[in-house]
Design a protein around this ligand. Structure first.
Ligand code: CAA
Length: 260
């Protein structure tokens, strides 16, 4: 796997996907969207990979949003297509059978914050900065910021961020419920790997259907969501891993999941 703007490396069952445009603070242009889409698609089909970690190259930035220099040259129809592809990428991530973790090492602004919000978990360095600064450019968020942010932190806090365009610290993002954990900058990779490996050690079908039940359930009624959960719950009993998990509990030993 080799891409123009994205690096992929594997460490056991965890794949790190690094947006690699540090000269532009890893801003998202068309190549970044295409490369992330291809990399996630390829990793989705790799049975050895259980968790994907998305991060940014360099010490300063996760992703500083859409590439403003690129975007400023686009016509309305071209920008529609650029951002449509960005939105498709976020849906690909939410539907992925793999768990996707945002390892936020610095600025996560605009499209960068939106990319992180499409991940299943956000682990942030204590140096990370979040924000939806689009109004400072005279535009609005386009990769789901007006939709995922209120779902994550509630309507009023989302409006505060989107309408002021302010930057917030990782600690403030944690207090709002935007971020799962804030860790010292020099321990970011280690702490992210610990969580990733813990998730990777579980039965993959259980992880996938739990993720999809939560994501789909947030978009439908409680009753429909519970029915989706029920069918996924019952479907899980068709896996060898579910038999092994329950048998191991009864036999007072650790389960050995095989991903079957
Ligand atoms: N697009 C294009 N280039 C960017 C960029 C972006 N989003 N963010 C940073 N860069 C470039 C800068 O232009 C600069 O390049 P040059 O050296 O060639 O001038 C380089 O990265 C370093 O950036 P700064 O010199 O600005 O670094 P700084 O430390 O002074 O500031 C920052 C860092 C606060 C993140 C600042 O760069 C900044 O505000 N960036 C823009 C953030 C932003 O507005 N993001 C939202 C974009 S719109 C969007 O994302 C829409 C959507 O929802 C789809």
């Amino acid at each position: 796997m080799s891409y123009k703007t994205v690096l992929v490396e594997k460490e056991g069952a965890v794949a790190f996907v690094t947006v690699n445009r540090p000269e532009a603070l890893n801003a998202i242009n068309g190549d970044v969207i295409d490369d992330l889409t291809s990399a996630i698609t390829e990793l989705n089909g790799d049975d050895a990979v259980r968790v994907i970690v998305i991060t940014g190259a360099g010490e300063k930035s996760f992703v500083a949003g859409a590439d403003i220099k690129h975007m400023s040259t686009l016509s309305p129809v071209e920008v529609f297509e650029f951002v449509r592809k960005g939105q498709e990428l976020t849906f690909l991530m939410e539907k992925s059978p793999k768990v996707i973790i945002a390892m936020v090492n610095g600025y996560a602004l605009g499209g960068g914050c939106e990319l992180a919000m499409a991940c299943d978990l956000i682990i942030a360095s204590d140096r990370a900065i979040f924000g939806q600064p689009e109004v400072n450019l005279g535009i609005i968020p386009g990769m789901g910021g007006t939709q995922r942010l209120p779902r994550l932190v509630g309507r009023n806090l989302a409006k505060e961020l989107v309408l002021t365009g302010d930057h917030i610290s990782a600690q403030r993002a944690y207090e709002m419920g935007l971020v799962n954990r804030v860790v010292p900058h020099d321990q970011l990779r280690e702490e992210t790997l610990k969580i990733a490996n813990k998730i990777a050690s579980k039965a993959p079908f259980a992880i996938y259907t739990a993720k999809r039940s939560i994501n789909q359930g947030l978009n439908c009624s409680l009753e429909d969501g519970c029915y989706l959960e029920l069918t996924n719950f019952a479907l899980g009993f068709s896996t060898e891993d579910s038999r092994e998990g329950m048998k191991a509990f009864i036999e007072k030993r650790k389960p050995e999941f095989k991903g079957k």
